[in-house]
Design a protein. Structure first.
Length: 123
């Protein structure tokens, strides 16, 4: 059950980045802000999934680091993938925006857990 929000979001994200740019509706933000927000949400969902899964203690204990690695790697692969999509381009600054959103998403989850003094235990 914990994997469903992440899976749904990731399918939407992949689909959106696979469509030619002309076919996407404009949501009024710059491209870099779109990347930032997309990876901010992705990082939060990946991080929470790794925290709440109960199959791997290592993933649980290293959720923040693993989230960063997953999101940065996926961001790089996604930029390369966009070179194959008509009207799209791979840009280093897009990946930087992805990375920035990732780091803030992980920081928010980490901060909220500490602020709320939520006790995380692997059972």
């Amino acid at each position: 059950m914990v994997y469903i929000p992440l899976a749904v979001y990731w399918v939407i994200l992949f689909t959106a980045t696979s469509l030619p740019l002309k076919k996407l509706p404009s949501i009024g933000f710059t491209d870099k802000i779109n990347h930032f927000i997309a990876y901010f949400v992705l990082a939060i969902l990946v991080n929470l999934t790794l925290i709440y899964q109960r199959k791997s203690r290592l993933l649980f204990e290293r959720a923040s680091i693993v989230t960063i690695v997953i999101c940065l790697f996926y961001g790089a692969i996604d930029e390369l993938h966009q070179m194959l999509v008509p009207g799209r381009f791979a840009e280093t600054w897009d990946w930087v925006a992805d990375a920035s959103g990732t780091f803030l998403g992980v920081l928010i989850v980490y901060s909220l857990i500490n602020i709320l003094k939520y006790r995380l235990e692997f059972n």
